[in-house]
Write a protein that binds this ligand. Structure first.
Ligand SMILES: *Cc1c(COP(=O)(O)O)cnc(C)c1O
Length: 410
């Protein structure tokens, strides 16, 4: 990264003049934290009692036998508090906010996972918290809204535009501009203007640091390949960063092919030809947009991967050939999830199941002395309605529709 936050030709900070001082303040606080070993020690210590760190690496013996190829290991980020790697990022930013002396955090959320994670952190650290959420998403995600409110957060339903995530982002930025002195914006992934990609990737690097040491301890060697799903790119950067300098380790990012990369209904930025380099949302990367720069509609069975942009750090690693990008369709992902549940008794999130699908496709063609590591970014309990729908069992479907309606009813 250069001193303006560029990774190769990607990244940067395209922000309104009024926010420049706030971003500078954040960059300085981040630089101070990075050069202070006490900060990382505090982060690890908090995460070890509050969020099950270090998360284990688990040998998937049954899946390994099933494919009859590479030995399959799984990094268990699903065991974090609130069920995903998001806990690492929100707590890291929370500790930084405390050092900056700010008292209030804001965030935007789509499916609600990042909102819930941010609200738990705010409750724990005694920070005021406001979560912006499109009104459509508020109605779709009653259980998450319920918990955010119990945790003490103010949930603001955004009624403008399409009343979904991108409108919530606009509102959150408006709030930040009005309250810069007291407030920090907790961005949820390794995207957005500099220094957010650097900061989020740094907090998530705890995954890769642990995983590298665990593989050496348990296997006496590094994995041949590491797989992670890619939404904004934070869990992928987290685990990849542990192996970036080990050139013999292949790093594979798996994006959402949705209904197929030729159908238009997908969210594959780096593994399709539908994305163009552009500047939006304050940074430069590949966006799923048409030639006129209009953002396309994206689709994935996994809400957390349904995003038009991608981390500028991953865009650069793609261009430099250090990370290979693949994609998995909704159908492949649901099959991979079903197999993992049945064989190992693990319930990966639909997002994480993309990484599993990518690994399963290649594992049987690898030798039995080769080792692959899959990042299970989160747990799949939250996906019950979607998965039941995908399995298409009429009995369950009826039950679940009734439950979902009961949630939605006041
Ligand atoms: C949010 C989420 C993702 C996508 O975010 P990244 O920044 O790409 O990691 C992936 N997996 C799970 C379980 C999530 O909750």
């Amino acid at each position: 990264m250069d001193n303006r936050g560029y990774y190769g030709r990607f990244g940067g900070a395209y922000i309104p003049e009024i926010l420049v001082a706030t971003f500078d303040e954040l960059s300085e606080a981040l630089a101070r934290a990075k050069s202070d070993p006490g900060f990382w020690a505090e982060f690890e210590s908090v995460m070890s009692t509050y969020s099950c760190r270090p998360t284990p690496v688990c040998f998937a013996k049954n899946l390994t036998d099933h494919f009859g190829g590479a030995q399959i290991y799984i990094k268990r980020e699903d065991l974090n508090h609130t069920g995903a790697h998001k806990a690492n990022n929100v707590m890291g930013q929370g500790l930084l906010v405390q050092r900056m002396g700010k008292r209030r955090v804001i965030a935007e959320t789509g499916a609600g996972q990042h909102g819930v994670a941010t609200a738990t952190m705010a409750a724990r650290l005694g920070l005021e918290c406001t979560i912006y959420m499109g009104a459509v998403d508020v109605a779709r995600q009653r259980p998450n809204v319920f918990w955010m409110e119990r945790l003490g957060a103010t949930v603001v339903p955004v009624e403008t535009g399409s009343r979904t995530l991108k409108d919530a982002i606009n509102e959150a930025f408006r709030d930040w501009v009005a309250n810069m002195d007291t407030t920090h914006y907790v961005l949820g992934t390794a995207c957005g203007p500099h220094p957010f990609p650097e900061m989020v990737a740094w907090f998530q690097s705890i995954i890769g640091k642990e995983a590298r040491a665990q593989m050496l301890r348990e296997k006496g060697r590094l994995p041949h390949r590491v797989y992670a799903c890619v939404g904004g790119g934070s869990n992928a950067m987290g685990i990849f960063s542990g192996f970036l300098d080990d050139h013999e380790v292949d790093l594979v990012g798996v994006e959402a092919a949705g209904e197929g990369v030729d159908t238009g209904a997908h969210a594959a930025r780096l593994a399709s030809t539908d994305a163009q380099v552009g500047v939006a949302q304050g940074y430069k990367t590949y966006f799923l947009q048409d030639r006129d720069g209009q953002m396309r509609h994206t689709h994935s069975v996994a809400a957390g991967l349904d995003y038009v942009g991608v981390s500028p750090i991953l865009a650069d690693l793609h261009e430099r050939g250090r990370v290979r990008f693949e994609s998995a369709t909704d159908r492949e992902v649901v099959d991979a999830l079903a197999l993992t549940v049945r064989k190992e008794g693990l319930i990966p999130a639909l997002e994480s199941s993309h990484a599993f699908a990518g690994a399963f496709r290649e594992a049987s063609r690898m030798r039995s002395d080769e080792v692959v590591l899959i990042n299970q970014s989160g747990r799949g309990d939250k996906d019950i309605f979607t998965v039941a729908d995908a399995f298409d069992d009429p009995k369950w479907r009826q039950f679940i529709i009734e439950k979902a309606e009961a949630y939605r009813a006041d």
